[in-house]
Design a protein around this ligand. Structure first.
Ligand SMILES: [Zn+2]
Length: 69
């Protein structure tokens, strides 16, 4: 039985759902013009390394539910 098949939180009984945390590290460049206009910022997040959350938490009680793979 897969633990991701939970129908409700085993801690509080809520069926609201779960969330995962994502850690982001790196620097963000924001390009602004001298006239205070916004420049092209399409690459704003390209230098960040995203570390996807590996653990799911209950949306209602914030308790740890299961690991994601
Ligand atoms: Zn819960």
């Amino acid at each position: 039985m897969s633990k991701t098949q939970l129908a409700e939180c085993p801690h509080c009984g809520s069926d609201e759902g779960y969330y995962t945390k994502t850690q982001v590290s790196g620097s963000v460049r924001y390009h602004g013009g001298f006239d205070r206009s916004e420049r092209e910022n399409g690459d704003m997040y390209e230098h960040l390394s995203h570390k996807s959350g590996k653990v799911a938490y209950c949306s209602a009680c914030d308790k740890r539910l299961f690991k994601l793979y």
